[in-house]
Design a protein around this ligand. Sequence first.
Ligand code: GLC
Length: 452
Amino acid sequence: MRVVHVAAEVFPFSRSGGLGDVLGVLPEVLAAQGAQTTVVSPWYGSLAGQPTEVWRSVVPELRAGPAPIFEVRVGEIVQNGVQYLFIGLPEFDRPGLYFDDDVHRFCLFGRTVLPMLRQLGVAADVVHGHDWQAGLVVAYAHLAGLKTVFSVHNLQYQGRWNLEEAARWTGLPQWTLGPDALEFHGDLNLMKAGLTFADAVTTVSPTYAQEITTPEYGEGLQGLLVRLTIEGRLSGILNGLDQERWDPRTDPDVPQFGDPAGKAAATALLRGEFGLDDAPILGVVSRLADQKGIDLLIEALPELILHWNVVVLGGGDPLLSAALSGWAQHPRVAYVGGLNEPLAHRIYAGADIFAMPSRFEPCGLSQMISMRYGTLPVVRLTGGLVDTVPADIGFRFTDATPQALSAACAEAQAEYDRPEAWQARMERGMALDFGWQGPAAQYLALYGRLGR
Ligand code: GLC
């Protein structure tokens, strides 16, 4: 089985969130299970890695409008049994991952992928695209007669742009631009390209696969997603976790521990780092986005800080970030903006509870990490949070309101006052297995079914 993954992020070379994390492990495990695995991603200016240049070419016809002839560079890194190919285009040679002209950039990227694979002699039984940035590649692969899988990590980001302008960037035939394919409310929609042309569509949890067929979670695409469900083309495969990267027994960023009692040192470290008092610690590591319900957390803070220290790490929405910076004046609130991998580890390890008041959550990885580190998750019951957080470990609530979040935290607080029950919850959480073996085997079985 030869599989080519296409994605905008791949850890450790590039990452802004969970997508990068998934691409950082799934291909390695697929390779270990016997699949010949290639990952294609952009060669960002800020790429953390030094690919060896393996192909360089001039592709003038890709450009929209009169543009100078330009070069594509392709770099390769082979690591842990996986071939990573990075496509270098001038548009990606900037610091950072995402920009306002991403639809244009990923159209250019998408058009380069198959010709590049052909040139390098990389064959594919299955092309597996992830999120809208890979939607065009899935369309091209399908039209070339290849088998395709498209995975939705987040339906909210769809890669939309004015149809008339963007149609030229895709280079696709006119018939693909209608409402049955790429058109969506007068726009070009690259997520829809992936959904329409893939032989199989997956999402990153079974519950999210059901939710996105409803108006509440379907982001306007629920009609198409209902059709895919009826045709048996939509399913959920729960993400795994990189259990080596996230292991409290070997984690170099924290005082290591293997049982609930051993966690005290990690908690003391976090307490010391932010000068917190003796109250238990509520941790958050998150993109600051509407999806994540951080506004609900901020609204609940007046209540929460009566009983909890609150430590938040994450960047994103400037308004949410400003509100958190304001709150950080309070001795029981600490806020650090941006991505900070070592601090993330210290929060997962040191906090007592971990809050995820998500409005929607395709899978979510933080709740799995938390449980592994003996930190009990407080989660809204949506998407992957339903599928991963058992009621006898975490604290769960239904309504997306600050009151419901506060009530779940109050429940946690009552349980915290019963040390034996608390410790039993921690033990159950630390013993869960979220390895990638099972999910990878499910993907391989899916790839196998496509042949028939
Ligand atoms: C996106 C989703 C998140 C999921 C991740 C990896 O970031 O928001 O829920 O865990 O992708 O699939």
